[in-house]
Ligand binder design. Sequence first.
Ligand code: UD1
Length: 419
Amino acid sequence: MQNFVITGGKRLSGEIELQGCKNSTLPIMAAAILVNGKCSLESCPNLTDVYSAARILNHLGCKCSIVGNRGEIDASAITGSEIPERLMREMRSSIMFMGAILGRMGECTFSIPGGCELGPRPIDMHLAALAKMGAEIQDTGGRICCRMPKGRSHGARLSLSFPSVGATENIILCAVLAEGETVINNAAREPEICDMCRFLRSCGAKIKGDGESCIMVEGVEKLHGCEYRIMPDRIAGATYLSMTAAAGGELILKNACIAEMEPFVSILEQTGCFICAADNRIYLRRGGRLKAVKNRIRTMPHPGFPTDAQAVLMAALATAEGTSVFEENIFDCRYRHTDALIKMGADIQVMGKAAVIRGVRRLHGADIEATDLRGGAAMAVAALAAEGTTRIGSISHIDRGYEKFEDVITSLGGSIRRE
Ligand code: UD1
């Protein structure tokens, strides 16, 4: 097990190029299963989750390689429709392969990876929608077998009880090669879904309305290969901005998706940082002490404040002047990073959905364990602002989502090493 050793108290300064987006690369890799031909992905981030997705594709008989930031996927000769349990366990989001495998092969067998670090993550909405599209679903002790008796799914009118990102993606993936039209009401509007839809359209899919709450997919017979550039990662962007806000200094974020980052940036601006965005760049400068955010920060589906940025912003607000309050509305168990921040001297009280952060003057170094991907990143944010040295264990969580994390921080003048 590796650790990050971070010595805080240094101002950060410099410019970085934002990595490709993890949460759209994974569904796009799944979407490539639907394509009879070669897909080339530019800006494909080097992350352990992306390698896990590549292993699933290769297991199914697709050809997938990732060289540098270029991913090549050819699913022409796909043979398999089963994801073994060991691969399902590697990555919770392997669930989004379900819709694509079902759409292409007419059947799919997989296991439910169980609860994860954010609490229970049911897939009832995914399964109910696929059943409406014609799937017969059998659950035999944790192994789930979905089968389209006619070989092909059919379109359906669906209404989600909550705009789930994964369910919206799975339905679109299953609908693209289905017979007829699928309509998804109360669909999730996250930019990563739009990225997946842009990719699918480049391959010949007929999808309208992504980015809005009603998405329409008209099934086509076949998709063709394409070249596609993955969008920048707005959550990695939020992390590096929070880091600079916490440690002080200035940052130029290049290759930034300004519109998609607006729900986060508009809140960060309230901490008193100077932020300016133009031409795919975001500039941030923090001089004096951060100020607390006055209004409750409520995590919401996009275009609300993203749950994935809750932990990293909380770490920055731990040393702000005044009291900030978060309300976590997406996941039941998304405050697990707070124990580590408290160990570093933060004053945080969690009460159900709410977390109250009373800013302290200083955090100090501590020995802590990453609890999940964004929670682990939040600990690094706090460590860079803290006095002394912090050792973060279980950093495999962080490696799931941040490309060359320590190199990026070192390039900004931060003191971090992996050991
Ligand atoms: C995706 C993102 C994750 C992000 C989340 C919310 C990926 C790989 N992951 O996760 O980083 O935090 O969106 O923006 O893109 N739910 C159900 N039943 C279902 C499906 C979901 O009850 O069938 C609940 C979940 O338990 C959760 C909420 O709906 O409480 C939101 O989940 P969802 O939007 O599906 O998140 P993911 O797609 O898992």
